[in-house]
Ligand binder design. Structure first.
Ligand SMILES: [Zn+2]
Length: 138
């Protein structure tokens, strides 16, 4: 099966999806800072390299891109029509890794909150902000 997009166009599209993920992360960073919590970003020594780490509270927050981490039931999480075998293997590998990382972090005594990119857009930001608050204060 051939891609409907050229190689260059495809890589532009994928690049855009990737950077939308990091925009979501910035939104969440703003929310956390507004609430005056102190975090460490991207601790590589922790499984899955969580986006936000709160060492004293022993809590971590992941901000997952809906596409790369396949947000269930989300319309951003569709598998590309071309190269289906490649993508489905890659994406299911991501979700499997997420699950394992989460399990191991919990086992090691960390509390884990996963936020999705689509929950950080304007309409969802208030609820997300409350969830962060509840998670960190509990
Ligand atoms: Zn989503």
């Amino acid at each position: 099966l051939t891609d409907v997009f050229s190689k260059r166009k495809r890589s532009q599209i994928m690049g855009r999806i990737r950077s939308q993920g990091s925009i979501a992360e910035r939104h969440v960073a703003n929310l956390i800072q507004k609430q005056h919590y102190k975090f460490e970003a991207h601790r590589r020594d922790l499984l899955g390299c969580p986006d936000f780490v709160f060492p004293r509270r022993k809590k971590v927050i992941f901000v997952h891109g809906c596409f790369w981490h396949q947000h269930k039931g989300c319309n951003r999480a569709t598998c590309p029509k071309s190269n289906r075998a490649y993508w489905s293997k890659k994406l299911s590998g991501n979700t499997r890794r997420d699950l394992i990382n989460r399990r191991l972090l919990l086992k090691a005594g960390w509390k884990v909150l996963t936020l999705w990119e689509c929950q950080t857009i304007v309409s969802g930001i208030e609820i997300t902000s409350k969830r962060i608050n509840r998670f960190l204060d509990s």
